[in-house]
Design a binder for this molecule. Structure first.
Ligand code: THU
Length: 141
């Protein structure tokens, strides 16, 4: 992906940090999900007093898109840090990687981890979720 597009996603992901609802952890996470149709869905983490219902930023972005009928994706950018301070990468949790596996080709889907617009790395889903279980595993052979 072009650097300019990556930087656009980073900027959008960082803006999402302001929307994070994190009264318990104070750990803000922002995501920007690029659909194949060009639309970018922002997402933030949303915590809950019962802890378990907490939704990660990545899944917020995916569920916004899927709930609007969009199911094909190119890349997601994720940023995060305590009190919005971005000092290191905030890699997606296992549950979020599994949600990516449901909708994305692991050999092509790109996960951009960033601390700012100049400091980022691009990973493929297949490398962050090796031997992942996906819809293909349930197809009759
Ligand atoms: N979190 C995310 O939003 N994405 C991840 O992939 C990892 C964790 C959130 C959940 C919780 O609100 C906070 O980070 C601390 O775990």
């Amino acid at each position: 992906m072009e650097k300019a597009k990556i930087q656009e996603l980073i900027e959008i992901a960082i803006k999402q940090l302001d929307y994070s609802y994190v009264p318990y952890s104070h750990f803000h996470v922002g995501a920007a999900l690029l659909a194949q149709n060009g639309t970018i869905y922002g997402g933030c983490n949303i915590e809950n007093a019962a802890y378990g219902p907490t939704n990660c930023a990545e899944r917020t972005a995916f569920f916004k898109a899927v709930s609007e009928g969009v199911k094909e994706f190119t890349a997601i950018c994720v940023v995060g840090g305590m009190n919005k301070e971005l000092t290191e990468y905030a890699p997606p949790c296992g549950v979020c990687r599994q949600v990516m596996m449901e909708f994305c080709n692991p050999k092509e889907f790109e996960i951009i981890l960033a601390v700012d617009k100049e400091h980022y790395e691009v990973f493929l889903l297949k490398d962050l979720l090796p031997l992942g279980f996906g819809p293909g595993n349930l197809e009759e052979k």
